[in-house]
Design a protein around this ligand. Structure first.
Ligand SMILES: *[C@@H]1O[C@H](CO)[C@@H](O)[C@H](O)[C@H]1NC(C)=O
Ligand SMILES: *[C@@H]1O[C@H](CO)[C@@H](O)[C@H](O)[C@H]1NC(C)=O
Ligand SMILES: *[C@@H]1O[C@H](CO)[C@@H](O)[C@H](O)[C@H]1NC(C)=O
Ligand SMILES: *[C@@H]1O[C@H](CO)[C@@H](O)[C@H](O)[C@H]1NC(C)=O
Ligand SMILES: *[C@@H]1O[C@H](CO)[C@@H](O)[C@H](O)[C@H]1NC(C)=O
Length: 375
């Protein structure tokens, strides 16, 4: 208690000095990593879905709380991460200077503790931008953002409005969502050409919801957005299986689904560029997961991968069909861990490219530059 109030005092003092234009205080503030707030799907989930109740109408949420999830996590523990180890959220957090991702929102037992605060992770495996995507089984993006509003009011009551606003304006808001909205299995009504009532395409509607989400976060004080676009959705082992690839992986990709992902990504890029010019002090880094996956798939061995089309853990790690088969031994050489989410190794190489890579896979700056830049 004493420690937390003295840290609070330091923060308040440095904020006051910052207001007065003190460069020394600014340098001191940079030494601690800024908080990280995480939104999206299983690419980033670190256990929220474990805490979701089952829904008797639609069944149980997707949960990675059983072997062989976490087989390479410290202690071999299944934490709810859809990975054999760490996720992309963990690696971004590690590169920022943390041990791993901030905790899952639904695992917190009380109001946030500002003593040693690292941020909060709201991501939920299989969640979408739309409320209707995997409805009842996940925390959709809009709900994740309303959870952030709760966190924010807890922060405000501990820090006061000014210190909270300053902290949020420096924090990193990491988003990776959209894949699930583009999978026809999750959206039977998905229509590709413009359609009534508004004559828009599905992609246009999704990007409008994305706009509303980013705008809502901005309205609550978020200024630095690290956005990961959708990958090659048509190359996932589940897609392959549906197309007759057997126990995960048939080699090919669904070109139409990848085309839809490319269309979404192009619209997302235009949206972020537009928001940057519309909103004062909004900054972003758009990470090209699609391009990064595509480049890796074009030359897997250059990046140390031997398998980029089937899942390392096709049995117990995939919802259907249940095979009682252990995961592959060479997990660091597989891109896909389960039916759609990647291995720890794939998450690590992608996160490294996005955090501090060359300009090839991030626009207009990488995550590290986004965090470092002055207002
Ligand atoms: C989702 O539901 C929330 C709360 O009911 C609503 O405010 C929001 O507009 C909906 N968003 C989408 C994308 O459908
Ligand atoms: C949608 O397209 C139809 C047919 O072209 C047209 O009649 C209708 O007015 C359009 N609706 C809107 C909202 O633009
Ligand atoms: C985001 O949505 C708002 C409200 O509809 C709109 O005014 C704004 O132009 C949109 N921004 C972009 C970049 O699409
Ligand atoms: C994907 O990779 C191929 C080479 O395999 C390249 O020709 C193509 O331009 C790439 N597409 C994207 C969107 O990066
Ligand atoms: C980021 O990249 C620069 C230049 O390549 C390198 O010197 C630095 O060590 C990297 N930092 C991290 C945290 O990876």
């Amino acid at each position: 208690m004493q420690r937390s109030s003295s840290i609070l005092a330091v923060m308040v003092v440095s904020f006051v000095v910052l207001l007065a234009g003190g460069a020394g205080a600014a340098a001191a503030a940079v030494a601690q990593p800024v908080p990280l707030f995480v939104f999206g799907d299983g690419t980033l989930d670190v256990g929220n879905n474990n805490n979701l109740p089952g829904d008797e109408d639609v069944g149980d949420p997707p949960r990675a709380n059983h072997p062989y999830y976490g087989i390479d996590f410290p202690g071999g523990k299944a934490t709810g991460r859809f990975s054999n180890g760490y996720t992309m959220a963990d690696f971004i957090a590690k590169y920022m200077g943390y041990e791993m991702s901030p905790p899952a929102y639904l695992s917190l037992s009380g109001p946030v503790n500002m003593d040693g605060f690292t941020g909060v992770n709201y991501a939920s495996a299989d969640a979408g931008i739309r409320n209707s995507t995997n409805a009842g089984l996940t925390i959709p993006l809009s709900k994740q953002i309303s959870y952030f509003a709760t966190t924010r009011s807890q922060m405000e009551s501990k820090l006061g409005r000014l210190a909270m606003s300053d902290l949020l304006s420096r924090s990193l808001f990491l988003l990776a969502v959209g894949t699930m909205d583009l999978l026809p299995d999750c959206n039977y009504f998905l229509t590709f050409p413009p359609s009534p009532p508004d004559n828009k395409t599905e992609v246009q509607r999704l990007v409008e919801f994305y706009n509303a989400s980013v705008t809502s976060l901005y309205g609550m004080g978020a200024r630095r957005f690290a956005v990961v676009n959708v990958g090659l959705v048509g190359c996932g082992p589940t897609v392959d299986t549906r197309r007759g690839g057997g126990s995960g992986g048939g080699g090919g990709c669904d070109a139409r689904m990848n085309g839809l992902a490319a269309e979404f990504n192009a619209a997302l890029g235009a949206l972020l560029a537009g928001l940057r010019s519309e909103k004062r002090r909004l900054r972003y880094s758009l990470a090209d997961f699609y391009g990064f996956s595509n480049a890796t798939f074009a030359n897997p061995s250059a990046a140390g991968f031997v398998n980029i089309d089937s899942s390392c853990c096709p049995g117990p790690c995939m919802p259907f069909p249940y095979f009682n088969q252990p995961p592959c031994d060479n997990r660091a050489q597989y891109w896909f861990w389960d039916g759609g989410y990647t291995t720890e190794q794939a998450a690590m190489v992608a996160a490294a490219a996005f955090y501090n890579g060359t300009a090839k896979f991030t626009t207009p700056v990488n995550f590290k530059q986004l965090i470092r830049r002055k207002k």
